[in-house]
Ligand binder design. Structure first.
Ligand code: ADP
Ligand code: MG
Length: 315
């Protein structure tokens, strides 16, 4: 037995363990470890595939959130992963475990939340699976998309000197925004057309954690974030007033913002920020560096290490 056969710890340890062992053949160009897998279906076309499961009590509370909100969120978080590869969404497959007592009403509510969002993004609801049981509601969506030339943007590819951009204010999503994320498909495609993106991820677990994935995927890079440059959502300020954590702490570590974090060469970043294409919200929050680890620079110029405080399902 080698050390690699030890039981993995944490969600990301488990995913890395699976990635090292999962059967993967030539049609899979990008496998486990990014926001989507990319399959090579014919010369040129890359099919993007992603799946996300939402569970009552973990990602939503059916009572009081209601099935429409759950349906919306289940589709939106998968659209967000397609956006995180700068892809175009094509079709969704919806598998549900419905609480038996109220199965039909809940199913109709889920659909009512999904259908308008699917129409808005031109996504077909093309299949799924329906089950009922005595347990809580579980909804799984698998989404297919298409990579857009010059190809999918992965979590890998950041280079020291690159700038780190985000597409919206962060933090405090638990006040309710986490149920109604706006998938940043248009933003991703616009950025992909306008500049060479070195790396891209959607902020699902929290900026400090998700940026950490980009640093890991880049081969152990580092980054320094500018505390004063990080756009802080009003919800982060409101939540901070209640729980005593700072608004910045919420912006760095709360999950489920579903904004995009893009890593771009400095000249491209300068152009994008001087003239944001299509009026996109864009903020430059820091730089990629060769020295491993995440750091935070305060307005007074002092810099300190920043722990990855995002969400880990197995922590
Ligand atoms: P995201 O937050 O973007 O949805 P995750 O953190 O859920 O990404 O997953 C990261 C990567 O690990 C993805 O490539 C995903 O497909 C893969 N992954 C997660 N769980 C499993 C699993 N149980 N088996 C295989 N791959 C997995
Ligand atoms: Mg993602």
């Amino acid at each position: 037995m080698t050390a690699r056969d030890d039981l993995p710890t944490g969600e990301f340890g488990l995913i890395a363990w699976l990635r090292d062992r999962a059967p993967s053949y030539e049609a899979v160009e990008i496998g486990i470890g990014d926001d989507c897998a990319a399959l090579c279906v014919d010369s040129g076309t890359r099919l993007l595939v992603t799946t996300d499961m939402l569970m009552d009590g973990r990602h939503f509370r059916l009572d009081p959130d209601g099935p429409e909100a759950v349906g919306y969120k289940a589709l939106a978080v998968n659209l967000s992963d397609i956006a995180a590869m700068a892809g175009e969404p094509l079709a969704a497959f919806v598998a549900v475990a419905l609480p038996r007592r109220d199965a039909t009403r809940i199913a109709r509510g889920l659909f009512a939340g999904m259908a308008p969002l699917a129409r808005r993004f031109g996504v077909s609801l093309a299949g799924g699976d329906t089950n009922a049981w005595e347990g809580p509601l579980v909804v799984n969506v698998t989404m297919l998309g298409r990579a857009v030339p010059p190809g999918p943007v992965t979590r890998a590819g950041a280079t020291p000197g690159d700038r780190i951009l985000v597409t919206g204010p962060l933090g405090g999503s638990l006040l309710g925004r986490h149920l109604r994320p706006e998938p940043r498909i248009r933003e991703a495609l616009t950025l992909h057309r306008a500049a060479r993106l070195h790396a891209l991820i959607d902020l699902s677990d929290g900026l400090s954690s998700d940026l950490g994935h980009i640093l890991d995927a880049g081969g152990g890079l580092g980054a320094t974030l500018d505390a004063a440059a990080i756009p802080i959502h009003n919800d982060a300020v409101a939540l901070a007033a209640r729980d005593g954590r700072s608004p910045l702490d919420h912006a760095l570590n709360d999950g489920e913002d579903f904004e995009l974090c893009a890593v771009v060469p400095p000249d491209a970043a300068g152009r994008l920020l001087a003239h944001p294409p299509a009026g996109l919200f864009l903020r430059d929050i820091g730089a990629i560096e060769a020295a491993p680890g995440l750091r935070l620079r305060q307005p007074d110029g002092t810099t300190a290490p920043l722990a990855s405080g995002g969400f880990d399902h197995l922590a």
